[in-house]
Design a protein. Structure first.
Length: 383
């Protein structure tokens, strides 16, 4: 047997184990559609907090959906983080029409903070709710989602609940990339293990991160992760490390986001946290690139570059990958047939990881939301 045969067999076995974990794991995650829309008998006060910087494209629709939520006891705090477009003007107009909307303006970013993290921290400092909901400024919510999520949190005695949105993107390839990214994230984070106190896995999602205020304060909130570009998932990490109960729920019917509008935007958007997700370890970043090139891209090339038994193993591997991604898509409101674009999506993801790592090392940091953050400073906030 040749080296390529053993590579094919090893990759197939590895992905078989991954598929088993993902398929079983996905089916243990609850969906918010199975939770009654009516709020619990005792309705806790919820503070919704969002940070907005140059969000004129989506913020009116997103905030309109938040103001239309059917939850009877909430406040909405929007922090305008040094916006340079019409975001501030739109917020002023909406605040005049909606007294429930509180607008906080940040004009300067203090040293030692990422802009979004500082904005969320400022919003949380003003919040009066028993529960905080952190959400991005481009998330559109269905009216009953908050009632369902609060019921899920309270009935399961959770301290933290993350919910998954439906990713909407123009064009077929971007949609394929979005579906493939779901698998990348699932394999990396194993979100179904977040509820297990014995597991080191954790979860956090920028679209919907709900946390009890007391737990948030106890772990230091966003001040603890003030320099983390991946603040959403790291919020889940510090809560779990603090001994608090965390879980995730599927909610593609109730949350949606226009993730990226072009390939260029996707590359630039993921630039801020691809290396951070590896905790700034070059070895882990390079391993990720090699894994995707050999395990996610090469099998499709091998369909045409190999023969005999080796090709048959790669045929089985490609079939396994396609079925796995299609299965994941079902839980996230995506079209299963988009799984056929996994190879080019994995190639793009490998390029994003490699490009981000090189840029971080060559430039000595990252530029995000108009501000440059030195790598040496970012590395000090590893959590």
């Amino acid at each position: 047997m040749t080296f390529l045969f053993w590579l094919a067999l090893s990759t197939f076995i590895l992905y078989g184990l991954i598929a088993l974990d993902v398929v079983i794991g996905n089916r243990t995650v609850r969906s918010l559609r199975d939770i009654p829309a009516a709020p619990p008998d005792t309705v806790p006060h919820v503070s919704i907090i969002t940070a907005a910087r140059n969000e004129e494209r989506n913020i009116r629709e997103a905030l309109g959906s938040l103001l239309a939520l059917d939850y009877p006891n909430l406040e909405l705090i929007v922090v305008d983080d040094r916006s340079e477009d019409r975001t501030g003007t739109i917020l002023e107009e909406m605040a005049l029409e909606a007294p429930a909307l509180q607008v906080v303006r940040v004009t300067e970013l203090p040293a030692g903070w990422l802009g979004k993290n500082h904005a969320l921290w400022q919003g949380a400092a003003r919040a009066r709710g028993d529960i905080l909901l952190f959400t991005d400024a481009d998330i559109v919510m269905e009216p009953t989602v908050l009632s369902r999520a609060v019921r899920f949190l309270t009935e399961n005695r959770l301290d933290h609940l993350a919910a998954t949105p439906r990713l909407t993107m123009p064009g077929t390839f971007l949609s394929m990339f979005g579906v493939s990214f779901i698998l990348f994230f699932s394999v990396f984070a194993r979100p179904w293990k977040a509820r297990d106190p014995k597991s080191r896995c954790f979860i956090g999602i920028g679209a919907f991160n709900m946390v009890r205020t007391a737990a948030y304060r106890e772990v230091g909130g966003h001040e603890t992760i003030r320099l983390r570009p991946d603040d959403d998932i790291k919020l889940g990490k510090i809560l779990k490390k603090g001994g608090f109960r965390s879980d995730v729920a599927y909610a593609p019917e109730f949350l949606s986001v226009e993730w990226y509008t072009s390939v260029r935007q996707a590359v630039r958007g993921l630039e801020k946290n691809a290396f951070a997700g590896c905790d700034y370890r070059l070895s882990l970043a390079l391993f990720g690139v090699c894994f995707h090139l050999l395990g996610s891209v090469f099998p499709y090339v091998a369909l045409f570059a190999t023969t005999g038994a080796t090709r048959m193993v790669y045929v089985a591997l490609v079939a396994l990958l396609t079925l796995l991604i299609a299965d994941c898509a079902r839980f996230h409101g995506a079209r299963p047939w988009l799984a056929i674009g996994f190879a080019p999506s994995a190639l793009l993801f490998s390029w994003i990881i490699l490009r981000t790592t090189v840029l971080n090392l060559v430039q000595g940091g990252i530029t995000w939301r108009g501000t440059f953050y030195p790598l040496a400073e970012l590395k000090k906030n590893v959590v």
